[in-house]
Design a protein around this ligand. Structure first.
Ligand SMILES: [Zn+2]
Length: 177
């Protein structure tokens, strides 16, 4: 099948498929004489695997590692377990970050009790003060290595957008090897 058909069957956009190809997650497709890429059932299955992992908020690097294990079935799966443990810790970190975010937002919300003149709104002035502090500090807001768990706000990033799966989400963090 051609890429359009694969996209339809796997419910994945063609740019996403090309992106996964470039990233080496999908094996090179054979070419027809007219130089069309030609895909088969193995690509459909691999795409389904990748998409499922994406729905579990795994990074491309994590998925690549899993696919490597899948491609070498003789190896031990102890490392798969370790990868999962690590990813679970990413999720736990992100939950803590989101809880802290919720707390911050609730504190901010308490700055304004009732509707009044926007001039007097504690929320607006609180946001302004915080923005000023941040621009003075000039310290980049680092949300930790697990920022790829985009539970609350999808990461902004390049090509494949669907399901929040973007290359930004695949960037390995500082402390991850
Ligand atoms: Zn992870």
């Amino acid at each position: 099948m051609k890429i359009g058909e694969l996209a339809k069957t796997a419910q994945t956009q063609t740019e996403t498929i090309r992106y996964y190809e470039r990233e080496g997650l999908l094996p090179e497709a054979a070419r027809t004489e007219a130089n069309y890429r030609i895909y088969d059932e193995s690509h459909v299955q691999r795409l389904a695997f990748i998409r499922h992992c994406r729905s579990l908020d795994m990074t491309l690097a994590e998925i690549r590692t899993l696919l490597n294990f899948k491609d070498t079935p003789a190896g031990s799966c102890a490392d798969v377990n370790a990868l999962l443990d690590e990813h679970i810790s990413h999720v736990a970190t992100r939950i803590r970050e989101l809880k802290a975010l919720e707390k911050d937002l609730k504190l901010l919300r308490e700055q304004c009790a009732s509707g009044q003149g926007a001039d007097d709104c504690g929320i607006l002035s609180g946001l302004e003060k915080a923005a000023l502090r941040q621009s003075q500090n000039r310290t980049p807001v680092e949300r930790g290595h697990a920022a790829h768990i985009h539970g609350a706000h999808p990461q902004v990033g390049g090509p494949p957008k669907e399901g929040g799966a973007g290359p930004a989400a695949g960037k390995p963090g500082r402390s991850r090897t």
